[in-house]
Ligand binder design. Structure first.
Ligand SMILES: [Cu+2]
Length: 267
């Protein structure tokens, strides 16, 4: 017969040793998962070069810190169970019928908290998406065609009568709309520090936009496994002053090429 004076039976579950152990683990793991999921990742991606990327980082911080207690709770139970006293036998230990498991209050709290967290993520996410869509309609934006192929990106510039480059040039503080497609398989166009990533699908155009706000050289990568040399499908974007951008555009040979899509339509 178990001792019914222990916290297992008096309803004072918070006094239980294993509950305390799990609580400590929970706090430590929340901090660890939150920190790795935000600061370590943010640092690996480099300083943001657009407001879009600043928003991405903010969203990442909010979502990760909101989710890390949940992930940490499951991890704390898994790790805590390994650390605790083992129970051997065919039947559950007598103390397994405890207050939390059968408490309607605990179950209701858990359901309400998770539902609120899902709702929060949905609303914040929809607001962020809506901001991106608004930029696509900016009348001042310049439009650049982006074509992915195994294993490089090509850019066609507007109003340039056929300037095509492999390194992307952009004027600073100027909204840009990218029309992205692929010549062969699926790729994903990723401007790392500008916070833009969108699929490049063959036979289809996807649109995305950004306003770079920092002069410098930033990374472009393919973010969709697209074949043998996928890992090498990376290049640079040079964000420069409007004058430098226009000088560069004027210095490029006029290939007379139309955009790849127009080429295909003409063939
Ligand atoms: Cu790829």
């Amino acid at each position: 017969m178990p001792d019914t004076n222990t916290p297992y039976f008096t309803g004072q579950w918070w006094k239980r040793k294993d509950v305390k152990r799990h609580a400590v683990l929970w706090v430590i793991l929340t901090a660890f998962i939150g920190y790795v999921g935000t600061e370590v990742q943010v640092r690996a991606m480099g300083a943001p070069a657009s407001e879009t990327m600043e928003n991405v980082i903010n969203l990442m911080r909010i979502f990760t810190w909101a989710a890390s207690p949940v992930a940490a709770f499951a991890a704390a139970i898994a790790i805590g169970a390994l650390m605790g006293k083992r129970h051997y036998g065919d039947n559950p230990p007598p103390e397994s019928e405890h207050a939390i498991r059968n408490s309607p209050r605990a179950i209701a709290l858990w359901i309400v908290v998770s539902a609120l967290m899902c709702l929060f993520a949905l609303v914040v996410g929809l607001i962020a998406l809506q901001k991106d869509d608004a930029r696509l309609l900016d009348a001042k934006a310049i439009h650049i065609n982006v074509v992915g192929q195994q294993w490089a990106w090509n850019y066609d510039y507007p109003g340039s009568a056929g300037v095509r480059s492999e390194v992307l040039h952009l004027p600073v503080d100027q909204p840009v709309v990218f029309h992205v497609t692929s010549k062969d398989v699926k790729h994903s166009f990723w401007l790392v520090q500008l916070g833009v990533k969108i699929d490049a699908n063959p036979g289809q155009f996807t649109e995305t936009s950004v306003t770079p706000n920092k002069i410098g050289t930033f990374d472009i990568r393919c973010a969709e496994l697209c074949g043998l040399l996928h890992a090498y499908m990376q290049n640079k974007v040079i964000v420069e002053s409007k004058a430098d951008y226009e000088a560069w555009l004027a210095s490029q040979p006029d290939t007379g090429k139309t955009t790849w899509v127009e080429e295909k339509a003409a063939a």
